[in-house]
Design a protein around this ligand. Sequence first.
Ligand code: SAH
Length: 486
Amino acid sequence: MARGKVYLVGAGPGDPELMTLKAKRLLGEADVVLFDRLLDPRMLDGVRAELIDVGKNAGRHKLNQEGINRLLIEKAQAGNIVVRLKGGDPYLFGRGGEEALALLEKGIPFEVVPGVTSSIAAPALAGIPVTHRGVASSLTIVTGHEEPGKEAPLDWSAIAALGGTLVVLMGVSRLEKNAAALIAAGKPSSTPAAMVEKGGWPEQRMISATLGDIARKAKEEGIESPAILVVGEVVTLAQRLAKKKIAILRPDAQQKESAALAENYGFSPISAPAIALAKKPLPSDLLERLGRAECVAFTSANGVNMALQSPDIRQALASKMLVSIGPKTAQALAVHGLTAAMPQEYSSQGLEKLLSNRCRSILFLRSSQGSRYLSDGLRAAGIDVDDIPLYEVVPSGDPRLDELIKRARSVDIFAFTSSSTARFLIERAAAMGREKELFRALAAGTVAAIGKPTKEELTRLGVEVDVMPDEFTFVAMLAVLRELAR
Ligand code: SAH
């Protein structure tokens, strides 16, 4: 009879990039893959094997351990290369050892492929080194979910007496009991503690408190499995080492690029479009007005892209002096083969300086709510200003914004990229009856405004602005925020 082989493979904590190279290779070579419901489906992208969800967490079609063992044996005996993919490391509270023994008994070849365990990776990803020179020189990993009636129950007093860091897996449902047991056994209730939920998943969260308070807080925040409890002084390092969560409120079309930039700068981005752009019908005297202006100014890449959809505008622009407020806008024009001058400072004074002696009239092609900040200054300086709205900024109606508002307290930084992002975020929170909570979160977190009009609008709305870059770009804003976080 043909004999297959079983690989007991660790998949890491959740992020598919944290799988080992060997795990990835074996998935490509396998005939059959047995996996648990909790795994990120992206791990199985492109895998051609027969996929069996043994759904240990699924409830209904749940196979028990014996059933899984039997299936492994059956598939291997049929001559298959079988990958048994398990969360984290297969031999740490993963029952991998039991599966290995069952295979051994049947004489089926097997091999274990270690994985990145969540017990170390989840704290790490939340900014907690499990050991740290001078703070913790040992790590103890225990299960928080012992089967009642076990022969050798956990000795909480021994555990409480250990210094160093304690990591408790499978500890959500018994968090309150376990924390109380540790305190009763002598661990000070003031010891720092954290719960890291879904470490390495896109929705990773961490809450921290003291050992005495962690169960209450976890309940309040609705922490669910999978999550791990970390107890010890190392928890406090997260204040400095955890990635700061930054809420990005830009329109959907700019989210991907902005999130990638935020990641480059060391932040953990939360995409929550507060605004959307709705195209406006162009006025009938558009070409006349374009013809009259000596100079045409754009204030956003969005404006450029909308304007250049019209061949008439494109043609009229060819003979004009073009001005772009900001490098992104200039880049968007360059993509269309147009060169624009840029003021050194993105303000009316900056513009005035740029225009002086070169043109006496300027036409803005921009959003209908574009701030009057630039135009008023120019008018005061005697320049003829015209303004044609290309698009209107409207509330996004995006469910991700609602999610953000619900979780506003866990946001570290709010990045406001226009006055409308500020207005519509607050309006939406008010409509959800969460305005007060939002204001509290804004006061507790860092509020960044991309430029002066945005800052002024926030101030008018009663939000204190902590950060504004010298150069009014998203990247400059990220750079200032990074400096602040050091
Ligand atoms: N073998 C796994 C652990 C299996 S026990 C490993 O090495 O990671 C299952 C427990 O692991 C869960 O109850 C939870 O406490 C923890 N866990 C697994 N994945 C996790 C994750 N991504 N974030 C936080 N905890 C996780």
